[in-house]
Design a protein. Structure first.
Length: 264
């Protein structure tokens, strides 16, 4: 994908992400109805309103590129062959509903080409943190009008910091952390886990519980653009997108850290 196209895409989507984030925070700060989707997961008007804004904007900017969006179940049945967008208008709905002050929920947009993310944007409206990455050209964090280039932490053998899901951490993840003698873990929701790796605030993110591609693609792109990588957990092959029903199995997201002995 042409760099100038992706750079312009980031410029055009920045105000869209902010607008979606504002709507999410407006809903967050008042009473609202929570519904349940067919899979039992929660959905709020913040999800649906933010998605409407984002999808309409992408369609106007890139009318010929398909959009796979969490709240549009029909899009989950698409058989994509070329580039496609993955959109999660509110990643971390459970954290959104907790109102615990941590603000661990995000707006995610990613562009996939040849089964890998080439572009990603993540906006955490409650934390006022925004991240974007163009693979091969670096990642940035934006605060106000200031841009800061971000990169993964230096390689180290001690004081390794892992990130793990706040709401979906499973026993297999705990076993992996124990086997690799990683004692410090940051539990946080949403795609922020990838972003903490991309900024060097953490070193590795093991995930064995299932996710959907719109949960991971934007953060994955930002991590890759900052020098990291995401692999399958048992064969270390590059993590791919465009799978059946856009469903993920396990993965490990890496900064420069590698365990002394790879788990296979």
């Amino acid at each position: 994908m042409d760099f100038s196209f992706l750079k312009n895409l980031r410029v055009e989507l920045e105000p869209v992400m902010k607008k979606a984030g504002k709507i999410i925070m407006d809903v967050y700060e008042r009473d609202h109805i929570v519904n349940e989707k067919s899979d039992g997961s929660p959905v709020t008007e913040a999800d649906t309103q933010a998605e409407k804004i984002i999808v309409q904007a992408i369609k106007s900017i890139c009318p010929d590129i398909p959009i796979i969006s969490e709240e549009n179940s029909n899009s989950h049945k698409l058989n994509v062959e070329g580039p496609f967008f993955l959109v999660d208008p509110l990643d971390g709905t459970k954290e959104f509903l907790k109102k615990d002050g941590k603000g661990a929920f995000t707006v995610n947009i990613a562009l996939i080409e040849n089964e890998v993310p080439v572009f990603g944007m993540v906006h955490a409206p409650a934390l006022k943190r925004s991240f974007s990455g163009i693979v091969g050209h670096g990642s940035i964090e934006k605060s106000g009008t200031q841009f800061t280039a971000i990169t993964i932490s230096e390689r180290k053998k001690i004081n390794i910091i892992a990130v793990a899901s706040a709401s979906h951490r499973d026993e297999e993840t705990n076993k992996w952390l124990k086997a690799n003698k990683i004692e410090r873990t940051i539990s946080i929701g949403s795609s922020l886990k990838f972003c903490l790796l991309a900024t060097g605030e953490a070193d590795v993110y093991p995930r064995f519980a299932p996710t959907m591609e719109w949960d991971t693609a934007a953060g994955d792109a930002i991590l890759r653009a900052s020098g990291g990588i995401v692999t399958n957990p048992f064969d270390n092959r590059e993590f791919k997108y465009g799978k059946k029903e856009f469903r993920n199995n396990g993965f490990i997201a890496w900064g420069k850290y590698r365990p002394p002995k790879e788990i296979t």
